[in-house]
Design a protein around this ligand. Sequence first.
Ligand SMILES: Nc1ncnc2c1ncn2[C@@H]1O[C@H](COP(=O)(O)OP(=O)(O)O)[C@@H](O)[C@H]1O
Ligand SMILES: [Mg+2]
Length: 229
Amino acid sequence: MNDMEEIILYAENIFKSYTSENQKKVDVLKDVSLSIQKGKINLIIGASGAGKSTLLHILSGLDFPDSGKVFFNKENIFSMNQNKLTKFRNNHIGFVFQFHHLLPEFTAIENVAIPLMISGKSFSKAKEKAKEILDLVGLSERINHKPSELSGGEAQRVAVARALANNPDIIFADEPTGNLDSLNSEIIHNLFFEIRDKFKTTFLIVSHNPELIKLGEIIFKMKDGKLLE
Ligand SMILES: Nc1ncnc2c1ncn2[C@@H]1O[C@H](COP(=O)(O)OP(=O)(O)O)[C@@H](O)[C@H]1O
Ligand SMILES: [Mg+2]
């Protein structure tokens, strides 16, 4: 590997299994190791059930492996206590789910302002920054709409804005355009590249979208809990 390529995230020998209701043990991740280069659009592809979502949740500190380590900028995230891990996630990581997961009773601008307030900004400062980010994702005209008043594509752009709120170093996205038509998918994909170019944000995206796969810079293939690369 070239010296110029900086590794932002590195996972080592990740194992994860679940025990189903009939007490049968299912190995979901079987010795997965990978490194993610800073500032790149990284993709994970693979069939349903391959373990992609489980891997993304572990790499982002949302879930724990049975064994194995995840280093973010050389720091082992699972050696942090819960409080530090929460702060770490808030400050360094953004996550976009397949379904937008916005809070239904809050407007777009409030949904984006919430993570900013959690990291200590006042309500007015948080709203100011949220407005800026919603401008960036092209939703200046929709800031006071609730999720139910937005189209699927708009709601997903709010979710991207929320993920961006605290200037994360890396954004994880789990089939972010899985429920969108091709035009809205393209808007989201273009947004990812725009954000990467502007803020040098790293992306790790699970996607089946052929257009995005064409554009992806690094592609990991997953099969039956293993990474083929
Ligand atoms: N919380 C859970 N409890 C039990 N089994 C799970 C759980 N989460 C995922 N699995 C199982 O792990 C496997 C991989 O799931 P997942 O990571 O969601 O795959 P993918 O995102 O590639 O479709 C599947 O067989 C799934 O049923
Ligand atoms: Mg999945």
